[in-house]
Design a protein around this ligand. Structure first.
Ligand code: ADP
Ligand code: MG
Length: 465
């Protein structure tokens, strides 16, 4: 997927305001009614529609008029929101070339002001088969808050939390730098995915190291569940780094043993095939003690001394709750169960060399100009009003709490924008639930096209929340 960050330079504060309004509307709309976007964004003089057109032109939004006039974010639009937040936070200043494409992610190089290169992973859950998955899985059918935005955000949060926790326990993983929406920024691993390595100086040592990691993970209460040659990086000194954590599960998972065995089997199979290592296969009918075999050293789930509680305590502490863990697990589980031996990831990486092609780096310095005070007299008004008004709109949806928490952790400017948009959104919800026919916000769009029946349809839609 092309990520043309040049567009970012030309997006105004109003563009981001409307983009964020669409994101908020998507909490409970697959397609956000244009009227709702306008109410949330509350730009003056019907300005929302001009902005929507611009966002559409840059493919940050998708227009859908099949049921009613509305928009949804595209992945690109979501990418831009996350990238802008990261730039505002000073995490990186430029986005470079794409270095990896996974089943459900895109990985780019990003650089700091001082030239340090890091990796940015943009999660794309449901990119390939979300609709099919959606109809298949019961829990999705009854919960409309499971959309790809939410799932991708959960996957990123999970990956970030696991990477941090694993790093703290001395596992060879990238350094987790920051996380926002569906985006995780981490240190760049020097080296190549094992799948690209044709020869090793010490295949036995690497093999033992990798098996040792599977065992040590289990001792800490975890199973990787996708531990294969695509997710193991190796450098010139044959040092191993493991990546890709959204599908990890606890050793107390009901299928834990199966996942553990599958991870182990994957490594055996790969080393057997690629590095011609031989392992005597264990025959159930033969007494093991009579056979001279390596098989006795093959790790078994039951023999690992497991420590429970790692997931619950440490991951919750790093911002990933048990509930979120359950939700993402239920979604991803189908995939890991469907994958035959973890070989489903048939995507090769785009980049082999680790040097960065500087010419492809897009400097995002200009973005910084936009992080200046977002406070206009308009926002000032909003804040004053807000402090006088207590919201009485009940927000029962659980995922909303997660989003709110994320919003709280945004930097100051984002927080201001989100706060003022949240208020607009609540107003729209309150107005709709009161069933006011002619609710008009201070800046509502003046419909000049005589589409009153269309508007009343949307009003009905708003009322049906
Ligand atoms: P997916 O979940 O989509 O499989 P991965 O996290 O496995 O995504 O990343 C896909 C590819 O991107 C990897 O095989 C690797 O080549 C590259 N990659 C991912 N993270 C890093 C990193 N931190 N440093 C260098 N390359 C990375
Ligand atoms: Mg992977």
């Amino acid at each position: 997927m092309k990520l043309d960050v040049d567009v970012l330079r030309y997006l105004s504060r109003e563009d981001f305001r409307v983009l964020t309004a669409v994101e908020m509307g998507m909490r409970n709309h697959e397609i956000v009614p244009s009227v709702l976007i306008d109410r949330i964004a509350s730009l003056k003089h019907g300005g929302t529609y001009k902005v929507l057109k611009n966002l559409l032109k840059h493919k940050l939004l998708h227009h859908d008029a099949s049921k009613y006039d509305g928009f949804r974010l595209t992945y690109l639009g979501y990418d831009f929101l996350a990238i802008k937040t990261m730039v505002n936070r000073g995490v990186f200043t430029a986005v470079g070339r794409q270095i990896g494409v996974g089943k459900e992610s895109d990985i780019f190089e990003v650089s700091r002001e001082d030239g340090t290169i890091m990796a940015m992973k943009l999660h794309r859950l449901g990119r390939t088969s979300f609709r099919a998955v959606k109809s298949k899985r019961d829990y999705l059918r009854h919960r409309n808050n499971y959309n790809w935005l939410y799932l991708s955000r959960l996957a990123a949060l999970k990956e970030y939390a696991f990477m941090k926790a694993l790093e703290e326990h001395g596992f060879p993983v990238p350094n987790a730098v920051d996380c926002n929406r569906h985006c995780v920024v981490m240190s760049l691993v020097q080296g190549y995915p094992l799948v690209q390595v044709k020869e090793l100086q010490n295949p036995e040592v690497v093999f033992e190291t990798i098996l040792g990691l599977i065992v040590r993970l289990a001792e800490h209460g975890l199973i990787h569940c996708d531990f294969n040659e695509f997710n193991i990086m190796i450098d010139d000194d044959e040092k191993v780094t493991m990546i890709d954590f959204p599908q990890m599960v606890s050793v107390s998972h009901r299928n834990a043993e199966m996942y553990f065995d599958r991870d182990v089997e994957c490594i055996y199979k790969f080393f057997g095939k690629r590095f011609k290592m031989t392992f005597e296969e264990h025959d159930d009918n033969v007494d093991v003690s009579e056979v001279d075999t390596d098989e006795s050293s093959r790790p078994s789930f039951s023999s690992v001394n497991k420590t429970a509680g790692f997931l619950d305590k440490e991951l919750a502490a790093s911002g990933f709750t048990r509930k979120e863990q359950d939700e993402i697990e239920r979604f991803i589980e189908g995939d890991i169960e469907d994958d035959a031996g973890g070989e489903g990831e048939g995507t090769e990486d785009n980049g082999h060399e680790s040097e960065l092609n500087q010419t492809t780096i897009k400097d995002l310095d200009s973005l910084k100009l936009e992080q200046e005070k977002t406070t206009s007299s308009h926002n000032e008004e909003d804040r004053i009003e807000e402090s006088q008004q207590t919201s009485n709109v009940s927000q029962s949806r659980e995922s909303e709490n997660a989003s709110d928490r994320e919003e709280e952790s945004e930097d100051v400017n984002d927080a201001q924008l989100v706060k003022s948009l949240t208020k607009q959104r609540r107003r729209a919800i309150a107005a709709a639930s009161r069933g006011r026919k002619n609710y008009a916000s201070r800046n509502s769009y003046k419909d000049k096209g005589g589409k009153s029946s269309h508007n009343s349809k949307i009003q009905k839609q708003l009322n049906s929340w």
